[in-house]
Each structure stands twice: as C-alpha cells, then as structure tokens.
Ligand binder design. Structure first.
Ligand SMILES: Nc1ncnc2c1ncn2[C@@H]1O[C@H](COP(=O)(O)OP(=O)(O)O)[C@@H](O)[C@H]1O
Ligand SMILES: [Mg+2]
Length: 238
C-alpha cells in the first residue's frame, strides 16, 4: 500500500533523513522506533507531503505521491494524527470531530462515521457538547485519534499516541490500537513505548531508526532475537 524508497529529507540545510526506505502492506501495523530526534516525525511528514523529501520516492497505492500537497493526500485516504494533539480548545468535541471530515471529497455518511468513532471512544460520546479544551489529556488524545479515524482513512499515521499519558490511559489506547488492527486498519505508528508496542501483536512489523537511517527491522520475534542491537539503537535496557 505504501512504499517509501530511499528518501532524503532536509530542514533548510540540515540533513535529517538519510535514505529511509520502508513498506506498509494493507491491514498491517508497522511501527517506527528510535530515540528522540532520529527523524520519526519527519518520516511521517515526508510521506504526508508536509516536509517533502529532496529525493527518493513515496509510492502510495501504486501512485507516486512524492511532494504532493497534504490536503490531496487526505482526499486519497492518508491521515496523520500528530504528536502535538492539535485539537481546537474552544470548539466542542463534536465540532472537533467535524473538522476531521472537512477535507474529504468523497461523501461519507456522517452519522455512521460518528457512531463508528463513538463505538471506539464511548467517553467522547458522553462529552460531545463539551469544549475540547476542557477534556483531560487522555481524552484530548482520544479526540485526536477519533478525529483522524472519522474520515475513514485507508492509511493512518499515528505519532506517539501514548506520550505523556497516565498508565491507565496508555492501556486504553493500546486496546484501541489492538481493536483497529483486528478490524483490518492499516497503521504506521510511531511509539517510544517499546515493550507496550511489541506486545500489541505478533503480527506487526517494526523499523528501528538511528540518526535518520533504518538500522533494524522485523517482527517482534525477529527483534527479540537481536535485543542487544535494539537496546543500543534506543539507548535503553529492555
Ligand atoms: N521544523 C524543523 N526545523 C528544523 N529542524 C527540525 C524541525 N523539526 C525537526 N527538526 C529536527 O529534525 C530532527 C528529527 O526530528 P523529528 O523527526 O521530530 O524526530 P523524532 O520524531 O524522531 O523525535 C531533530 O534533530 C529535530 O531537531
Ligand atoms: Mg517525533
């Protein structure tokens, strides 16, 4: 579904991604790991067209989308759920969710889409008329994911969904990710929480980045077999 081929991405003159290649197949959950600052978010931004690569190619459903504008990518079924939770604090939960379908060209059945996200996030249904800014951190993260999900994306890129959240909420988000995977969602996930993510499912694949390059990749079992190298890349004892 997605093929990233040897991309090099810069911010001005700083060279961040050094030939990153990766693949995501339909129905797969693929995870990007790596220390802070290795280029995980930049990889997602490159795919989405927010920070296009200088060279290399991004192929989505057989089409070269390298450098294509983000709003066009949204129409084609890509969604990015950013790490900085850009919900609008003075809009209600419902209005924030409506923003998620604003850019869709294809008409969706709006009430069905709302039902679908409330099925995933019953807490949001209880707070539908409440202002986004009045939600707890965990609820705001749920709203961010729900806003991505409501557009029925074909490929969801989720950037650090559990960052800064209490353990109970982290487990709730993990459960949502498991459910999405069971329902056949295609997800490219950035996560710092290695143990939690690796335990989501044996059916995922992961790439470990170091200094803007893919250093390791594989299934949870394959990564367990080279734990020393993973630890070295991530700078943690697992
Ligand atoms: N808008 C930006 N302008 C300049 N440098 C940036 C910008 N965003 C990120 N960087 C730099 O690019 C590198 C990779 O950042 P990022 O992709 O956000 O890392 P990660 O998500 O893996 O923590 C870091 O060194 C960071 O400081
Ligand atoms: Mg990041």
């Amino acid at each position: 579904m997605l093929k990233v081929e040897n991309i090099n991405t810069y911010y001005g003159s700083s060279h961040i991604l050094h030939g990153v290649s990766l693949e995501v197949h339909p129905g797969e959950v693929v995870v990007l790991f790596g220390r802070n600052g290795v280029g995980k978010t930049t990889t997602l931004k490159s795919i989405m067209g927010i920070q296009p690569p200088k060279n290399g190619r991004i192929i989505y459903k057989g089409e070269d989308i390298t450098g294509r504008a983000p709003y066009l990518n949204v129409r084609k079924g890509l969604a990015i759920i950013p790490e900085d939770r850009r919900i609008i604090p003075n809009l209600t939960v419902e209005e924030n969710l409506q923003l998620g379908i604003l850019h869709k060209k294809k008409q969706l059945n709006v009430s069905e889409q709302f039902d679908m996200v409330f099925d995933y996030f019953p807490k949001l249904k209880l707070r539908v008329k409440q202002l986004g800014g009045s939600l707890s951190g965990g609820e705001q993260q749920m709203l961010t994911i729900a806003r991505g999900l409501i557009s029925n994306p074909e490929l969801m890129m989720i950037d650090e969904p559990t960052e800064g959240l209490a353990p109970l909420i982290v487990e709730e988000i993990a459960e949502i990710l498991r459910r999405l995977q069971r329902h056949g969602a295609t997800i490219l996930l950035v996560e710092q929480n290695y143990d939690l993510t690796i335990s989501l499912s044996e059916n995922l694949r992961a790439y470990v980045l170091e200094k803007g390059q893919v250093k390791l990749s594989g299934t949870p079992a394959e990564l367990r077999a080279c734990q020393d190298e993973v630890e070295q890349c991530l700078g943690v004892k697992l």
